[in-house]
Design a protein around this ligand. Structure first.
Ligand code: A2P
Length: 267
């Protein structure tokens, strides 16, 4: 069992959970996923993020990580980039089962169902590790209670970088909790630097209409569609501008509207 007082070389800072890694899976030399124990008292909404660190210094470095598992899961899952010389990820990428991970106690974030007005179709736009909050939301039955159709877009440089999202979306359909609701879920995966059946940045594919043609759906309309965006700063800026052209308006927890934005924090 993971305890706050767990023995580590450095003392566990106040207000921080110390949890135990239960599983690590590497996808490429740039991407991996890990799971860890969940503190009994920890509550979050699917799509929120937390601050993660390692007990490797008096004052550990913390970085924001979207929880990739849904709020009902008894463990916590995270999807991470590996940055050479990244203050956290250069160490985090070496974690093994049984290691300790630190997590600040308060989750937060805007990529939550509550920050959107009701709608028919929900778009989740992601690049790279920006898929993580959507890995949580597409495993939450509440998402399918609120939206008939859920379309996740995921753009990566290379085909191998789509493995996590492709496997996850496929597995949701067999999930005992939300499989029966998830018939409205689809993934639109594209690459930009390696041959793949669907290629190009989602932003370009929305601008030229190919994304809607490929999916055989009408273009985005504020009457029916809602959006969530998670990726690099530039991707957020460009996707936000496009959604605004389609007539959507950015919302927040305190003022729900037709789309919300979160940046993929680890760089
Ligand atoms: P590209 O290869 O054309 O830069 P990164 O690994 O740099 O975070 O990028 C992840 C994916 O996001 C890449 O496929 C990249 O395409 C794409 N991307 C980068 N910037 C944008 C943007 N402004 N809008 C949409 N997609 C982007």
């Amino acid at each position: 069992m993971a305890l706050d007082s767990k023995e580590t070389k450095f003392p566990i800072p106040a207000g921080v959970f110390a949890q135990t890694v239960t599983e690590v899976q590497h996808y490429t030399d740039r991407l991996f996923r890990f799971r860890m124990t969940r503190p009994a008292s920890f509550r979050f909404r699917s799509g929120e993020f937390v601050m993660i660190g390692l007990p490797n210094a008096e004052k550990p470095v913390f970085r924001a990580y979207s929880v990739a598992s849904p709020s009902w899961d008894e463990e916590l899952e995270f999807y991470s980039i590996k940055v050479p010389d990244g203050p956290l990820t250069e160490h985090l990428q070496k974690i093994k089962e049984g290691d300790t991970i630190l997590m600040r106690k308060k989750p937060t974030g805007t990529l939550v169902n509550d920050a959107l007005l009701p709608g028919k179709r929900l778009w989740m736009f992601s690049t790279g590790t920006g898929f993580a909050p959507f890995a949580s939301l597409i495993r939450d039955p509440e998402t399918y209670e609120k939206f008939e159709e859920v379309i996740v877009t995921h753009t990566c440089r290379e085909v191998a970088e789509l493995t996590y999202s492709k496997n996850l979306v496929a597995s949701v359909k067999d999930d005992p909790l939300c499989g029966e609701f998830a018939h409205g879920l689809s993934l639109y995966a594209t690459t930009t630097r390696e041959d793949y059946p669907f290629m190009g940045r989602t932003t370009d594919l929305m601008t030229n209409g190919k994304l809607f043609e490929d999916l055989e759906v009408p273009p985005i309309s504020p009457d029916t569609d809602r959006g969530m965006i998670c990726g690099s700063m530039n991707m957020l800026k460009d996707t936000k501008a496009l959604l605004e052209e389609f007539g959507l308006v950015e919302g927040s927890n305190s003022k729900p509207d037709t789309f919300v934005v979160e940046r993929a924090f680890v760089d």
